[in-house]
Design a protein around this ligand. Structure first.
Ligand SMILES: [Zn+2]
Length: 82
């Protein structure tokens, strides 16, 4: 279903190569991957409504730092929750 497309002018944050990042998406996230070094990243497409309902001021919802950490864990442990 998902079509992978190269991002013109995008630079990989890990290896620094340009035009090596591909992007694809599903219903909830947009993924990026580097074909040079294997770097992977994902970001949520929605506005994380859960964070708005739970008014936690400890986690900074607007910075995206916490979300990035969750994404990295998600990538590191693919479908091995049990
Ligand atoms: Zn790379």
């Amino acid at each position: 279903m998902s079509v992978k497309r190269f991002i013109a002018g995008a630079v990989c944050p890990r290896c620094g190569d340009m035009d090596r990042l591909r992007t694809y998406r599903d219903d909830q996230r947009e993924y990026r991957e580097c074909v040079s070094c294997g770097y992977e990243d994902a970001m949520r497409l929605d506005g994380e409504p859960e964070a708005q309902e739970v008014e936690t001021r400890v986690t900074r919802p607007s910075t995206g730092l916490a979300a990035d950490e969750q994404v990295l864990q998600f990538v590191a442990n693919p479908k091995r929750k049990h």
